[in-house]
Design a protein around this ligand. Structure first.
Ligand SMILES: [Mn+2]
Length: 349
């Protein structure tokens, strides 16, 4: 069981994470290197030393970002793919085992509310499909927590670049990327773990290609190697009611292709509106108990983490990434797992 941590600037201290029962690993990244550049050994070593000084392991990197030029298929991509491969080698040299990445154009996860108030007084992340559909990205995107690393004119130019990139082109660029990095990952003993799109549908006219079971099968078919695997994020995929997370876990964990399990619950409606909830099954639309049981039945021995949590007990900080609710989620998942272990032992008696 791991916990995501955003480095020294994260308001959640490692010392507090260490106190969550059952957590033994940190998931993090080198944040002070520009996207596309190699993560230097020294930076990885320093991060690892800091994490280990709190008696926690650092075996999963999330995420190594994929440069937009790779997603766009620009001529500069070969150098950037080479850099990504070198980062994998450096991570391996420092004892990392799994590298999470995603292939979402321009934007990582998208929400329309970061402090949506729930009936119990907690706040959470929400997504209003109509609101997003009404936004014309050409006029600028004004959403809470929006990636401000893009200046409006740069964003406009980048969106213009994507005008010729539909799902087929983006897929071809993912294929090119995978062919470039899988051999390096295999050699380094790194398991790549592609995170699905969040939410799993096109937004702002940008294509999305990792959004359902067909897409996941297509990615895995590129190369049948542990180096080419998945991060299965229940909350991301679960924002589409047609996605059956339990059957995905059965299929892909059964094949040993899931290397990293993100567990999150959310309440979603037919129109695609959703908000994130506490992890417990009856708090949201997903049967987390059944999802965790599917991992257990498949003999899953990879990494877990409780994904986003609500803000509770007056906590402030990075929306989705507070200490308390994610800790509750982790303990809940560990409790489910212990119950499944016990049930198996009883059955074998
Ligand atoms: Mn996730």
């Amino acid at each position: 069981m791991t916990f995501r941590w955003y480095g020294a600037s994260d308001p959640v201290p490692l010392a507090h994470i260490r106190q969550i029962p059952g957590i033994d690993g940190i998931v993090s990244a080198v944040y002070d290197v520009p996207v596309g550049e190699v993560w230097p050994l020294d930076n990885i070593r320093a991060l690892k030393a800091l994490i280990e000084s709190h008696d926690l392991k650092f075996e999963v990197a999330e995420s190594v970002p994929v440069h937009e030029d790779i997603k766009l298929g620009r001529p500069t991509r070969d150098r950037l793919i080479g850099n990504f491969a070198q980062t994998l080698r450096n991570l391996s040299q420092c004892g990392l085992k799994v590298v999470c990445y995603n292939f979402m154009p321009v934007f990582d996860w998208t929400r329309t509310a970061l402090e949506l108030k729930l009936d119990d007084g907690s706040t959470t992340l929400g997504f209003d499909a109509d609101l997003v559909n009404r936004i014309d990205p050409e006029q600028g995107i004004n959403l809470p927590g929006w990636d401000t690393s893009y200046k409006p004119e740069d964003l406009k130019a980048l969106l213009a670049e994507y005008r010729g990139v539909g799902e087929d082109e983006l897929w071809a660029n993912l294929l090119y990327f995978l062919k470039g990095v899988i051999p390096a990952a295999e050699e380094a003993g790194i398991k790549l773990a592609l995170h699905p799109d969040d939410p799993p549908r096109p937004i702002f006219g940008l294509p999305r290609i990792v959004k359902n079971v067909r897409d996941l099968r297509r990615v895995l078919a590129v190369s049948d190697t542990p180096a080419n695997g998945l991060t299965l994020c229940s909350g991301s995929l679960g924002a589409d009611l047609d996605n059956d997370i339990v059957s995905m876990v059965r299929e892909f964990a059964g094949q040993g292709r899931i290397h990293f399990a993100h567990i999150r619950n959310l309440k979603v409606d037919e129109k695609g509106n959703f908000h994130e909830t506490a992890h417990k099954s009856d708090c949201g639309s997903l049967d987390i108990g059944a999802i965790v049981a599917a991992y257990h039945t498949a003999g899953y021995d990879g990494y877990f983490r409780s994904d986003h949590g609500r803000m509770i007990w007056g906590e402030t900080g990075k929306p989705g990434y507070g200490l308390y609710d994610r800790a509750l989620g982790a303990v809940y998942i560990n409790g489910l797992w212990e119950g499944l272990d016990n049930a198996r032992r009883e059955a074998e008696r």
